[in-house]
Design a protein around this ligand. Structure first.
Ligand code: Z5A
Ligand code: MG
Length: 216
């Protein structure tokens, strides 16, 4: 009988602006980790399938209105509703890849420049959520992003929002630890290689005694 404790999974977050290639890279990373022989799951926020997610979806599509604070708290609640299951997966050895997380949460809300919705206010409901072992920030210039198709029809897909979001991501990631900035303007394969290198290093550093931390 082996007494070796199960090696816990890693919590990997992929963040970035619109069209940075987050979802494409999350899928490739899932396949890469799976080929290494590790259990892996890929989830995304917002999770539009839950009851809260349906409210968010309708808001993003412009079919319903929400107060800025109210929609912010719904995005956060949408993470809290799966926080426990993320922790359980990690504890049982499954690596979890997350497409957008609390960082998108605070940045898009604060970008609305609502006088009572600061970055600090926006961060409060995120405190206590599982903290990523690594956050990959896919950085892309507005020019590169535009080559990948113009703005879509959803609520935040316009020039003013996107440029404020860009500034705010820079502000929060300057202070954040465990962030790896990836140049997402390169080819899909080059970006994937950069991500795989950063993730392999992160996984190699984890052992069964490194607990999953919480956002603070
Ligand atoms: N939001 C919020 O306000 N609060 C929150 O708490 C959260 C989110 C979690 C919806 O998010 C909105 O919710 C979002 C933030 C807000 N608003 N905005 N803007 P979403 O994640 O559902 O949005 P999305 O539409 O799925 O993702 P995306 O950001 O627009 O795209 P992406 O996932 O980064 O990119 P992609 O789909 O992988 O690739 C885009 C295209 O580029 C596609 O045609 C690819 O084939 C192509 N591509 C990808 N990589 C490359 C490279 N390297 N070269 C060339 N072409 C490429
Ligand atoms: Mg996406």
């Amino acid at each position: 009988l082996s007494t070796r404790p199960t090696r816990r999974g890693a919590l990997i977050v992929v963040e970035g602006l619109d069209r940075a290639g987050k979802s494409s890279q999350c899928e490739m990373l899932r396949d890469f980790i799976s080929k290494r022989g590790d259990e892996v799951k890929y989830i995304r926020f917002p999770d539009r399938t839950t009851a809260i997610g349906k409210l968010i979806d309708s808001y993003l599509r412009g079919s319903s209105h929400q107060d800025d604070h109210s929609i912010h708290l719904l995005f956060s609640a949408n993470r809290w509703e799966v926080a426990k299951s993320i922790e359980e997966d990690i504890a049982s050895g499954t690596t979890v890849i997350v497409d957008r997380y609390s960082y998108s949460g605070v940045v898009y809300s604060a970008a609305k420049a609502n006088p009572t919705l600061s970055l600090e206010w926006a961060w409060q409901p995120e405190i206590g959520l599982p903290r990523p072992d690594i956050c990959l920030f896919l950085s892309i210039s507005p020019e590169e992003a535009a080559k990948r198709g113009g703005f879509g029809a959803e609520r935040y897909e316009n020039e003013t929002m996107q440029s404020r979001v860009r500034e705010l991501f820079r502000t929060i990631f300057e202070k954040q630890q465990d962030v790896s900035i990836i140049d997402a303007g390169k080819s899909i394969e080059e970006v994937a290689q950069g991500i795989q290198g950063a993730v392999s290093d992160c996984i190699a550093r984890l052992d069964a005694t490194t607990p999953l931390r919480k956002l603070e």
